[in-house]
Design a protein around this ligand. Structure first.
Ligand code: XBP
Ligand code: MG
Length: 246
């Protein structure tokens, strides 16, 4: 019996990467007179590394870029996080199709909710506050984020953390993800996955997913199925997800 839905954040709740995270990184680099700029294509490559600090370290170490000896990645990341939060508050990013509807239905049917993300906690609560509703962080029993675990996705740690906090078994949950790293993280924790591909992830490999969609769908905006399944529905609802139980 499925008892909980565990949502990823970036790319799953909203398309935050290209026009928000990426822009906040670039504004921070410019403000610090750092000669780095991550264009849309380069950022897509760098998304293979989860976590903003880890992404900057990877870029510093693997790309031919100018890097001052005293570069403080932690300080840089704090600045990026402040800019990102400011951006989400000033110009809220819309939730992806079906996200609000499914969350509201889940709440009305006592489906438990959680979040498992590699991004920073503040980024999650600001997105929820400004794009979902002012108190919506409280809709989630657990918000597992960023450095709460030592190994980020694709390691299973963040999902195992959520399972432990909720006192649930993997097969009692469904993970909703948009990326290969997220999918692998959930699978490594033995949690069934529903994939809604995002701008940067539509060509990734999601072998082992229960279902792969372009988005969650709405009654008037049907999803497209990208895996081999067929469905009589046009949008994901709680009953469909309950069918994910083994
Ligand atoms: C997406 C990520 C994050 C963000 C940046 O995580 O990989 O690193 O790009 O966030 P998910 P921070 O899809 O799991 O939500 O800079 O706060 O790390
Ligand atoms: Mg994601």
């Amino acid at each position: 019996m499925i008892k909980a839905l565990i949502f990823d954040v970036d790319g799953t709740l909203a398309e935050t990467e290209r026009d928000a995270h990426r822009v906040a990184f670039n504004e921070t680099f410019a403000a610090c007179h750092l000669d780095w700029h991550w264009n849309v294509t380069l950022y897509g490559e760098l998304l293979a590394v989860t976590g903003g600090k880890e992404r900057m370290i990877f870029y510093r170490d693997h790309y031919d870029c100018a890097c001052p000896k005293d570069l403080d990645i932690i300080a840089l990341h704090k600045m990026k996080t402040a800019r990102y939060n400011d951006m989400l508050a000033r110009r809220p990013i819309p939730l992806r199709p079906g996200v609000r509807r499914l969350l509201e239905e889940a709440r009305s049917k006592d489906m438990r909710l959680a979040i498992a993300t590699t991004t920073t906690l503040n980024n999650v609560t600001t997105l929820l506050t400004h794009s979902l509703s002012p108190n919506s962080a409280s809709w989630f029993e657990v918000i597992a984020a960023g450095d709460m675990v030592s190994a980020k996705k694709p390691a299973p740690d963040i999902y195992l953390y959520v399972l432990k906090k909720m006192g649930l078994l993997a097969e009692q949950c469904v993970a909703i993800e948009d990326s290969k790293n997220g999918h692998q993280s959930a699978l490594a924790a033995h949690i069934p996955t529903l994939i809604t591909v995002s701008d940067y992830t539509r060509h990734e490999d999601f072998t082992g997913a229960q279902l792969i969609l372009n988005h969650l769908g709405e009654p008037e905006q049907a999803f497209t199925i990208l895996s081999d399944n067929t469905s009589h529905s046009s949008y994901v609802d709680v009953d469909m997800l309950r069918g994910f139980s083994k």
